[in-house]
Each structure stands twice: as structure tokens, then as C-alpha cells.
Design a protein around this ligand. Structure first.
Ligand SMILES: [Zn+2]
Ligand SMILES: [Zn+2]
Ligand SMILES: [Zn+2]
Length: 229
């Protein structure tokens, strides 16, 4: 079924290449072939590496250009997940799915839930909205990353969106006094708003945002709390 699908795509694309008057058709077809032989969400760099393993040496730029071309003609779909370079996946007509994205290792898991799909359609209809398409992306930590992580980490290692509980302090009594003076007490639950990039780390505690320099934040030890929503 899948093979027949792909052969058909191959033929359709060959016709498009010719109509567009494109050169290097054999090379483009080998990129398409390699792309169709995978079932993941690939970056141009990853696809270039896969081609190289098949002894097809092409530049990253040329591979990237073709992935954009495949997307333009509806054979691939570009996915821009937050904090990642563009990735491409097959576009099998009529087969919809949504994604779980790990913010730590970049793993992407696919899911399809008829219940969620029905809820979304129902909701749109109740709001008299004619829905055409949607994407659902759930950002978080994959099972692997959760397993690998220490039970207690410095606040600076928590990810944005995470709710953590303060379980202790480092840096002596003076540091602890400064932090508790800001409302960051042992046992308090905080939500990490921003944990990387320039500027301070931002956490929310009891409805207030607190800005912390990296030097201070690394002295706060936290544990993961169960997400309740
Ligand atoms: Zn969906
Ligand atoms: Zn992960
Ligand atoms: Zn996907």
C-alpha cells in the first residue's frame, strides 16, 4: 500500500519537475526517494546525512531547496516546532495526526485521538466557526528525559512551563534569607516562565512574577511536581 503510494508520488513529481523546467532531475528524485524511505520528521541536515550513507553526496542547501519544493507541491509538510529548525514529514493525503514535542531532546511523537478530534470539531461548530485545519502540539519532556533526570535539580535546569517545588537552598544562610525574602520559600510551588536566553530567569509564585539572576537561581533546588491540568 505504502510502496504503491510512493511510486505514484515519484511519478507525479517527475511530471512536475519536467513542467517546471528544473535541472538535476535525477538528484532531485534521489532526494525524494530518500525522504519517502523514512517515516520521521527530518531536517535538511539529517536528510543530507541519510543521502550520504546511500553514497549520494549533495549539499545541504540543495537538499533544503528540494524539501521546500516538495512542500510547495503538497508532497511534504513543513513543521516548525518551537525552538527547532524546520522539519519535514510526508503528507499522506487524508491522514491527520498531532504531535508531542520534547523540549529537552527534541524527540517528536505522533498521536491521533478520535476523541480530541471530535471535541475540537464540536467546539468550533458550537462557536459557529467553520474549521479548515488545526495543529496540536504538546510541549514537554519525553519519558526518556524524565527518567534520566535527577529527582532534584537546580532551578536553572527546569524548562519553561514546568511547575516545580522548592525543596532547599545552596549558598549559605545569607542566600537563603535573600531568596525567602523574595517569597521563594521551602515547599513553595513555582512555575518556570523563562529559564534560558538573555536576561533574568522568570518564575511565577502565587500569581506574582519574580525575576532572578542566574547566580541566584542556581542556588534554588527544586523537584518536579505533578502537573494538575
Ligand atoms: Zn488533530
Ligand atoms: Zn526527550
Ligand atoms: Zn508528524
Amino acid at each position: 500500500m505504502l510502496v504503491k503510494d510512493h511510486r505514484d508520488i515519484h511519478r507525479q513529481f517527475n511530471a512536475i519537475f519536467e513542467r517546471e523546467g528544473l535541472d538535476r532531475i535525477d538528484e532531485r528524485l534521489s532526494i525524494l526517494e530518500a525522504f519517502l524511505s523514512t517515516e520521521t520528521h527530518l531536517t535538511a541536515v539529517e536528510l543530507t546525512r541519510i543521502l550520504k550513507e546511500k553514497s549520494v553526496s549533495l549539499s545541504e542547501d540543495f537538499v533544503a531547496e528540494n524539501l521546500i519544493l516538495f512542500s510547495r507541491y503538497g508532497f511534504a509538510q513543513e513543521k516548525k516546532f518551537r525552538g527547532q529548525v524546520p522539519r519535514y514529514e510526508h503528507r499522506h493525503l487524508g491522514k491527520h495526526h498531532d504531535h508531542l514535542v520534547c523540549v529537552r531532546c527534541g524527540a517528536i511523537l505522533e498521536f491521533y485521538s478520535p476523541e480530541i478530534e471530535a471535541l475540537q470539531t464540536g467546539l468550533a461548530r458550537r462557536m459557529e466557526f467553520h474549521d479548515l485545519q488545526h495543529k496540536m502540539e504538546i510541549y514537554g519532556l519525553c519519558a526518556n528525559c524524565v527518567r534520566k533526570r535527577e529527582p532534584t535539580i537546580p532551578l536553572t535546569m527546569a524548562s519553561p512551563g514546568e511547575r516545580v517545588r522548592i525543596i532547599g537552598f545552596m549558598g549559605g544562610k545569607g542566600m537563603e534569607r535573600r531568596l525567602t525574602g523574595m517569597g521563594l520559600n521551602r515547599g513553595a510551588d513555582v512555575e518556570v516562565i523563562k529559564s534560558s536566553g538573555p536576561g533574568p530567569l522568570i518564575v511565577a509564585s502565587g500569581g506574582t512574577r519574580i525575576a532572578l539572576g542566574y547566580g541566584m537561581a542556581k542556588n534554588i533546588l527544586v523537584s518536579m511536581t505533578q502537573t494538575t491540568n
